[in-house]
Design a protein around this ligand. Structure first.
Ligand code: ADP
Ligand code: MG
Length: 617
């Protein structure tokens, strides 16, 4: 019988290899960025069109290639980075397999322009589906530019398999961010369809993280620094109160290479034990430096997994370093009696007469004035009418106190206000000073005694009424996002968001697009910060998912409740005097002041008689 085994032609072998190396446009991005870094570039530009499906171009100012190398780099197993097997155990570069460019050239139209500093001329090469089309000398700046066009042009099945542009771009951005986070000393820019998405100047690590994640990132970072014989750890971890519901901000880098490692992730999570709400995910940006011979990067073709020699020791060190940082920066509770320093009276003040605080009162301020202008709701099945006789001074804020302990049903048609518990002049304006205790209650003196407000519940009430009003009658304005946010959800969740879309838009959200995988958000309510957007929406989905609304109103009501719950200040939050006053003022500007949207009392009063009784024992 004749022999049947043959060697595959190179272009077929390359196509097969490409299946492993290039799964999607983001894989090309990663390989090209890493090559640019290995070439010593300090400035790297990434230009994409149609989420990389039409064009991926990487321009660097690195060392460039000679005429021969420019051609050789497309051969399989062509690399300048290792020469012998032992080099595999002492890697200092990103690449080493020498198969990325060969694979990419097998499945796309590739153009390479490259020049070394000392040369007069550079090379310009065009290669399509592994076939060299042209190679010419060209006048070029120092460095290298790779353009990869029409990815998978010769493998239609793979091309059709690609996800929507939104999803593919998300993958590109993920890879871009990982590389950019590992190399803060390199200037990176990313353009997509002609607009600049990221421009990250050379900076220190903290600045790089903040430039990428923006928002409140800077306040939430706690540094971590630990050096031992077997590794050094550097970077930042997030304060527990900023933990998110998803794992989008968790990064491990080992010798400047992004890796995933469930075991090390567990080490971090165990250090946060007791500090996080169920399911909350802390942010971390951790850079581990280990001697190259103690790791094996070779176990996964796309190289995000690596094997450590001594994983148990790493686990222990990482866990204790994380705990240490959390404790050192007073993020974790310390075993100490938690005294509220606010309650101590300095000795020198003990026998002094108290100075009564004076407060400027705008007697023309009318909390209901704005509502008066509102027409009764139009097009809604219920009405949200304005108060008919609104008292005209600040005193009116205390109107309604008499109902404090009788939780009522939400009434949107408010009754005329006939009397107030304290009478016209009883609330002493001069004593409207507020005081926060235990980061939980706001205390304020009133004529008949004192008022103790639960800050979280009161704020929930304020936000609830505000959102409900926005959703039903008075649409809120929104703040524009500099870069639209993409958030990913499951099909069911997206269907729910689609259903809630117009209500959410009334509160100030602007949805550029809701696709089958994600939502693209370009604006949000002014009361929401960028980092809170995903929390609010995730909470909303989980609150509303299991609920079968019996009317469109009950759905709006649940929405307002959910958003109020997510965004209200929490117990444990310090409030400035102005914030305390705002809560007091706004609470008593609410239609229903005495209970939270979840029917819990928002405040209690202690009368002088109550106090007297306590002292008479
Ligand atoms: P590897 O990175 O594993 O060596 P690649 O196929 O990615 O394999 O690249 C092959 C070779 O081409 C590299 O070893 C390097 O010498 C050269 N090369 C690739 N990209 C660049 C670049 N941007 N600048 C300079 N040389 C490059
Ligand atoms: Mg490479």
């Amino acid at each position: 019988m004749s022999s049947i085994i043959q060697l595959l032609p190179d272009h077929v072998a390359n196509q097969i290899a490409a299946g492993e190396v290039v799964q999607r446009p983001a894989s090309v991005v990663k390989e090209l960025l890493e090559n640019a870094i290995d070439a010593g570039a300090t400035d790297i530009k990434l230009i994409c069109k149609d989420a990389g499906k039409t064009l991926i171009q990487v321009i660097d100012n690195g060392k460039g290639m000679s005429v021969t190398d420019a051609r050789l780099c497309f051969e399989r197993h062509a690399t300048s980075k290792i020469r012998k097997a032992e080099d595999l155990f002492d890697l200092h570069t990103k690449g080493f397999r020498g198969e990325a460019l060969a694979s990419i050239a097998a499945i796309a139209h590739v153009e390479l322009k490259t020049k070394q500093e000392q040369e007069e001329l550079g090379s310009h090469i065009v290669i399509e589906g592994s076939k060299f089309v042209s190679q010419e000398p060209a006048v070029l700046p120092k460095g290298t530019s790779f353009s990869v066009k029409n990815l998978f042009f010769n493998i239609p099945a793979r091309r059709n398999f690609l996800k929507s542009d939104v999803v593919e771009l998300r993958h590109i951005i993920d890879d871009f961010q990982r590389v950019a986070l590992a190399h803060a000393n390199i200037h990176f820019t990313l353009y997509h369809n002609g607009s600049e998405v990221f421009n990250l100047p050379q900076s220190n690590l903290r600045q790089r993280i903040v430039n990428i994640f923006a928002g409140k990132t800077n306040e939430k970072l706690v540094p971590i620094n630990e050096t031992t014989d077997i590794l050094s750890i550097q970077g930042f971890i997030g304060k527990p109160e900023f933990a998110k519901k998803n794992r989008g901000e968790q990064f491990f880098f080992v010798n400047d290479r992004f890796i995933k490692n469930g075991y090390l992730h567990h080490a971090i999570m165990s250090a946060y034990e007791g500090l996080l709400k169920d399911g909350a995910q802390p942010s971390y940006f951790l850079y581990l430096d280990v001697p190259p011979h103690t790791i094996d990067i070779n176990i996964h073709p796309t190289k995000t997994e690596i094997k450590f020699d001594d994983e148990h020791a790493l686990y222990a060190i990482l866990r204790s370093a994380t705990k240490h940082s959390l404790g050192q920066f007073n993020v974790a509770p310390v075993l100490d009696f938690d005294r509220d320093a606010n309650l101590d009276t300095p000795y020198s003040y003990q026998n002094k007469e108290a100075d009564y605080p004076t407060i400027q009162v705008d007697s023309t301020f009318n909390p209901f004035a704005e509502e008066k202008k509102q027409p009764a709701s139009s097009g809604n099945s219920f009405s949200y009418k304005t108060k008919t006789t609104a008292p005209s001074s600040w005193d009116s804020l205390y109107v309604g106190l008499k109902d404090a302990f009788e939780p009522q049903e939400m009434q949107f048609e408010s009754e005329a206000i006939t009397s107030s518990l304290f009478g016209e002049n009883e609330v002493e304006k001069a004593k409207t000073a507020t005081y926060q205790i235990h980061k939980k209650y706001i205390v304020s003196p009133i004529k008949s005694g004192m008022l103790i407000i639960d800050q979280q519940r009161a704020h929930q009430r304020i936000l609830y009424e505000q959102f409900l009003k926005n959703i039903t009658i008075q649409h809120a304005s929104s703040q524009q996002l500099l870069f639209p946010l993409t958030l990913y959800f499951s099909g069911n969740e997206l269907a729910l968001l689609q259903e809630l879309r117009s209500s959410l838009e009334n509160t100030g959200f602007v949805f550029e697009d809701i696709t089958s995988e994600s939502v693209l958000i370009s604006g949000m309510p002014v009361t929401v910060s960028e980092s809170e957007v995903s929390i609010v929406l995730e909470q909303l989905i989980s609150d509303l998912q299991d609920e079968i609304p019996d009317s469109s109103f009950s759905q709006m009501d649940s929405m307002a409740k959910s958003m109020a719950k997510s965004l209200a200040v929490k117990t444990g939050t310090y409030l400035t005097e102005t914030e305390q006053e705002n809560i007091v003022n706004n609470l008593f500007g609410c239609k229903e002041q005495s209970v939270s949207p979840f029917n819990k009392p928002t405040f209690i009063t202690l009368s002088v008689e109550d106090l007297d009784k306590k002292f008479s024992i």
